[in-house]
Design a protein around this ligand. Sequence first.
Ligand code: TXA
Ligand code: MG
Length: 332
Amino acid sequence: MLQTQSDLSLQHYADLIRKGEVVAFPTETVYGLGADAWNSDAVAKIFQLKGRPQDNPLIVHVNSLEMAASFLSDFSEDARRLMEHFWPGPLAFILPKRPEVLDIVTAGLPTVALRMPDHPIPLHIITQTGPIAAPSANTSGRPSPTRPEHVRQDFGDELPVIEGGRCLYGIESTVLDLTQKPYTILRPGHIRQSELEQILLQPIKMNHSACDEKIISTISSTSPRSPGMKYTHYAPDARVRWMKREELAMAEKRDPHTLYLQHGTFYGEEELKESGNIIHYRSNYLEMARDLYDRFRMADRNNYAEIAIRPFDEEEESTAALRNRISKAITR
Ligand code: TXA
Ligand code: MG
């Protein structure tokens, strides 16, 4: 539970949101840029600040199943079972919305994205403000912020930011579309496909196009299932690419102007040698995900021309979200 002291300072931010201001806040995934989900002028400020296209809808953050229900025209048993199991947590659901839900929040879609974050700060703030519409707190196209200083890098010191240190997961929530069967993962995240299937006892589809920006650009002229998929994301200024075989095996093939992100078991002797431009996560993919966007931003500040990442085993479920974010950064 939060202490009385921080309750008092959080009250200040809750008041700002109630007055229609925009406030950045931590979650267990990434920092969010929040406004009152029932105030269209306040939500419009989010789009303006981020430079976000109007056709890319926002996630509404709630702190109870009752609050979630207030947005929905149909609250299925499957949705309820998943929420009871995974919330609060890094999982957003796409569900049919009530007509009164603001069009600016859902970009005019008949559906709404809902998530209950597993973090005491937003859970507490929402008790004061009601539901908060929030995208990630980066300017459009930049990597999502995983530390409060990332938010300030993108928006300057004027924007109110609630400090919450480094985010636990470091990549955005799993987005699950429950509006048609088979249910579909539109964005992979910390909560995995198999975990969802174990609870629902039915197959869930992974939208592979979400992992491949080239396919996205060809389908985006039609009607993308998740509008955010058609936009480039997560990209630093440095060029992101996969490591080459010879770079993995031989140190002399490596470029001092490239930041290398390595993981997994060793490929060659030289991989053992960590140095300033070689980071090794071993098999700690949780740490790699937590660190990824921070490294992207650090690479830019340290003027690296490239970020080279060791390729992954395509079958491995524990790296699906990492592969998705890196692929998007590569093909921007
Ligand atoms: O972890 C997270 O989800 C973070 C934290 C702040 O909660 N938020 C976040 O929001 O990543 P954002 O806006 O960066 O990503 C939301 C994604 C976008 O790709 C958007 O297109 C999609 O969810 N989305 C939102 N509403 C949708 C809807 N009704 N139908 C389909 N996709 C939707
Ligand atoms: Mg985002």
